[in-house]
Design a protein around this ligand. Structure first.
Ligand SMILES: C[S@@+](CC[C@H](N)C(=O)[O-])C[C@H]1O[C@@H](n2cnc3c(N)ncnc32)[C@H](O)[C@@H]1O
Length: 292
């Protein structure tokens, strides 16, 4: 590591934050201070509040070594979440390993849409299904807001199921969540009040052109939606009539420009659109479906 990128023990938190922010700014990283702060929080095990109230706390030798190694990895293009192995999603602190998609802020609109549509039913003993659960982000966020709900997360990757289980445990939700390896809903024969999914939806041919931070760090199984990006939607939607309870809802995450095609797949299965919500970037991101 070059000496000019080394974070020295003995620096105060504020100085370290300033130094790391400058290094990330030089590399044109879009939110340098926010990223430097996340790295510092993870290395020092401080809370955001402690970082403000103890801004003169000194960085130890061990912390300086960790931060120096992390900054080099970030400057080489590894996303912060992959470096720290953690992601804040909704109100949860999630572990993120190489086996799972790094949950994105855009996905929170799926949670918001489902909670809005459930309205007062949120307090009932709902059954929730999350298809392609990855880190468990969607299921766990919903369980955290629906105090009497229980749910199942399914993923083709056994390693992802293990990460989701860990996340349920560390967020105090393990008693209401279970995770199973499986191909979408093939092995399930019960009905659910809410089905959510953020399936892989990138067209296979465009994956090579994705940003390196996505292409090189998110699992291919989480990205590749087949030749037209719709393979997973077809599999999931064809099972919805047997999976949804009479008043059941399904909320799907969409890729850019997929609302029309996915709604058409749902209509062909006798389902209708209950809502279509945009994310903060204006993309039609959450499609809610149910019986007419
Ligand atoms: C885009 S990721 C979403 C992960 C998580 N739900 C989230 O929003 O962060 C899609 C997930 O679907 C899983 N997956 C892909 N094919 C699958 C299949 N045939 N059956 C079940 N899960 C599958 C992947 O392993 C991955 O975890």
């Amino acid at each position: 590591m070059s000496a000019d990128k080394k974070i020295n023990a003995g620096l105060g938190i504020t100085e370290a934050l300033r130094f790391m922010t400058a290094l990330l700014t030089e590399k044109d990283i879009s939110q340098p201070e926010a990223e430097a702060r996340v790295l510092l929080l993870a290395a020092t095990h401080m809370s955001r509040a402690q970082m403000i109230t103890h801004s003169d706390r000194i960085i130890s030798t061990d912390e300086a070594d960790i931060l120096s190694a992390w900054i080099v990895r970030r400057l080489k293009g590894e996303p912060v979440t992959r470096i720290t192995g953690r992601r804040d999603f909704w109100t949860l602190d999630l572990l993120v390993t190489p086996d799972v998609l790094d949950p994105r802020a855009d996905t929170e609109v799926i949670v918001e849409t489902a909670l809005d549509l459930l309205s007062t039913r949120r307090t009932q003993a709902l059954r929730i299904l999350d298809l392609g659960t990855g880190s468990g982000a969607l299921l766990l966020a919903l369980l955290s807001e629906c105090p009497h709900a229980t749910g199942v997360g399914i993923d083709l990757s056994p390693a992802a199921c293990a990460v989701a289980q860990d996340n349920a445990q560390r967020n105090g939700l393990a008693a209401r969540a279970s995770f199973q390896q499986g191909h979408w809903a093939n092995a399930l024969n019960e009905t659910f009040d809410l089905v959510v999914s953020n399936p892989p939806y990138i067209e296979s041919a465009t994956i090579a052109g994705l940003d390196a931070e996505v292409r090189e760090h998110d699992p291919m199984l989480a990205l590749d939606g087949g030749p037209d990006g719709l393979t997973a939607y077809r599999a999931i939607i064809q099972d919805l009539p047997r999976l949804l309870s009479p008043a059941g809802l399904c909320v799907l995450e969409l890729g850019i420009g997929q609302a029309g095609a996915v709604t058409a797949l749902a209509k062909a299965m006798g389902l209708s659109q209950k809502a279509l919500r945009r994310d903060l970037g204006g993309v039609e991101r959450a499609l809610a479906l149910g019986r007419p």
